[in-house]
Design a protein around this ligand. Structure first.
Ligand code: FES
Ligand SMILES: [Fe+2]
Length: 415
């Protein structure tokens, strides 16, 4: 007999009483290459304070990390229709993220090719730009007009200037990659192929069918007074869960963490959900399972992956939570958090998204707060690098990958 959990079919030849942790652990370890977090530990100490406070290092990170990887700027559901756009600040630059008439997502610098004026008004950070139905982008200074692909289509008197070529005066655009619904941009014109850099994760997410998920509500946006790496590091260990997250601890077994990606630009793995079938206040499934039904791989499990540069992904049986970071300075990071559900959930009588969101809002708040306290301590003259513990093996791996990316720039004394 197939198993049903929370009214949903569990795919695979397994009875409900066989979905035991022991069974799953064996299955996962043997067939999917997961290792316990402590098994991949290498002794190491935390980085020197400069890495978390120095504006010079922050600038090198921009060049060596963020220009060499791909950078998440949100979810494509934010601009569902041609002409929809929003503005995204990236390292002090304003970018226009829009959907063109053909439905392609584009990223342009918000800079007019005439005399550099910002084309779309910049709103205070964190306020969502209104989606405006538009078929062109027009600079309000002298009226130069661009199509949504960024090509110049109207430039007043410029036809009287013999050397002026319309084709050479479009907006400056950035490469865009949509991956399972998330919008990634490249901050250099010739990036490494997305598929090469992130190959280890590309075939892992099939069970959840993450493309096509829909957000519930608007994003949570929080400016955190901490270096972006402290947020990535905090995400990659649950040693702190027992002390920092009393609510989350009622739902998960933090000692069960196992990793299938324990080195390179993507790190992460899974953890068991112990209070019911999903990570929700009641422990019940709160949305239609991702992928339409539960599977042995998805049921009662939470998966988490961090991707360099700025993307953090949490996958649960019935919802996804993702964060993308906007590093604002060496000591300040804005974090946007979005919850995504199977679109069928929105018409399902049992849909209770807040049961998931409430647990995570509290947990996220606890995380951002402790990251700020870590930043304060690291900024003190009293700080010295400390030893990572075995359950912090992914943090050692993160630092290792980070230093590898940074290492071809030696002009700063600390590197
Ligand atoms: S600066 Fe934009 S039209 Fe002149
Ligand atoms: Fe945490």
């Amino acid at each position: 007999m197939p198993a049903f959990i929370g009214g949903f079919f569990v795919a695979g030849e397994v009875r409900d009483d066989k979905i035991s942790h022991l069974f799953f652990e064996k299955e996962v370890r043997m067939t999917n290459g997961f290792k316990k977090t402590v098994e991949t530990y290498k002794q190491a100490k935390t980085l020197a304070a400069e890495y978390y406070i120095s504006p010079e290092i922050f600038e090198i990170e921009r060049q060596n990390i963020f220009e060499k990887t791909w950078y998440c700027v949100g979810h494509s559901s934010r601009i569902p229709n041609p002409g929809d756009y929003y503005l995204q600040e990236v390292f002090g630059d304003s970018l226009i993220i829009l959907r063109d008439k053909e439905g392609e997502v584009r990223a342009h610098y918000n800079v007019c090719a005439h005399r550099g004026t910002q084309i779309c008004p910049v709103l205070p950070y964190g306020l969502d730009s209104k989606n405006l139905e538009r078929s062109t982008l027009q600079c309000r200074y002298h009226g130069w007009t661009y199509d949504l692909k960024g090509a110049l289509i109207g430039a007043g008197q410029m036809k009287m200037v013999p050397a002026f070529e319309k084709e050479e005066n479009g907006l400056t655009s950035l490469p865009v990659k949509i991956w399972v619904g998330f919008i990634f941009i490249a901050l250099s014109p010739n990036p490494v192929a997305f598929e090469d850099l992130y190959k280890p994760i590309l075939n892992k997410l099939g069970d959840w069918k993450i493309e096509g998920l829909q957000p519930f509500g608007s994003a949570d946006v929080q400016v955190v007074e901490a270096n972006w790496k402290l947020i990535m590091l905090n995400f990659n260990e649950c040693d702190h869960c027992a002390t920092i997250h009393p609510t989350l601890m009622k739902h998960i077994d933090s000692k069960s963490a196992m990793n299938d990606l324990s080195k390179g630009p993507i790190l992460g793995g899974l953890m068991k959900i112990t209070n019911g079938d999903s990570l929700t206040e009641s422990g019940k499934i709160c949305g239609v399972p991702l992928g339409g039904h539960l599977t042995l791989r998805t049921v009662r499990m939470g998966y988490y992956y961090s991707m360099l540069g700025n993307f953090l992904l949490n996958i649960h049986p019935d919802y996804v939570m993702f964060h993308y970071l906007t590093p604002l300075s060496a000591t300040r990071t804005s974090i946007e958090t979005v919850w995504l559900f199977n679109p069928s959930s929105f018409g399902w009588a049992g849909f209770r998204p807040m049961e998931a969101i409430n647990v995570w809002r509290k947990t996220n708040h606890e995380d951002w707060e402790i990251c700020e306290e870590a930043q304060k301590g690291i900024s003190s003259r009293g700080y010295k690098p400390g030893w990572y513990s075995p359950s912090e093996s992914l943090l050692v791996a993160f630092d290792e990958e980070y230093l590898k990316l940074m290492s071809n720039r030696k002009e700063i004394g600390y590197l």
